[in-house]
Design a protein around this ligand. Structure first.
Ligand code: HEC
Length: 147
């Protein structure tokens, strides 16, 4: 019976050879994932991510009052873009430069395509279904410049 007597020992050996290293790898992977998440959080808090420092109440009040100069464009703005971009929401605030810097860098073509097709929480055409491409370009310019 020597083989039977040995088997618990062999199992322990297997556990030591296979089980323990796997547990160690799992622990290392978990630590890695956690540290990546933390680094990401710090990165966002530092304001260098896609979410810059939030606008102050004064920034929001200013944005609420902003309108495109052209009356017809202003009317379209009021029933579409303003609902999200002219108030405190998840959308970049009208005329609030820090929210637009990185987005504007994509270029007008990319921004227009995002508005036309919709972009994450923004619905297609930014809800302005009767806006022409020219009007959308003017509205994008207005949102970025605040004028
Ligand atoms: C229902 C809310 C809503 C409406 C209405 C809306 N937007 Fe947006 N918009 C958003 C949100 C939210 C984002 C940010 C999306 C993201 O980055 O995840 C956004 C982002 C944008 C961007 C930046 C896209 C990019 O590539 O970063 C532009 C430009 C824009 N909107 C223009 C407009 C214009 C012009 C209108 C009106 C015609 C409009 N939006 C109407 C919610 C809205």
């Amino acid at each position: 019976m020597p083989s039977e007597a040995k088997s618990p020992g062999a199992a322990t050996l297997r556990e030591a050879r296979c089980g323990a290293p796997w547990r160690a790898v799992r622990a290392r992977v978990t630590a890695r994932v956690l540290s990546l998440c933390c680094a990401g959080g710090v990165w966002l808090l530092a304001g260098c991510g896609p979410n810059p420092a939030p606008p102050t109440d004064a920034d929001v009040r200013r944005a609420e009052a902003l309108r495109p100069r052209d009356a017809q464009l202003a009317a379209k703005y009021e029933r579409s873009c303003l609902l999200c971009h002219g108030v405190r929401s998840g959308a970049p605030l009208a005329g609030f430069a820090p929210a637009w810097k990185a987005r504007a860098a994509q270029g007008e073509g990319a921004l227009l395509a995002h508005v036309r097709e919709g972009f994450n929480a923004m619905p297609a055409m930014g809800l302005c279904t009767d806006c022409s491409d020219t009007e959308l370009r003017q509205l994008i310019h207005f949102l970025i410049q605040g004028s």
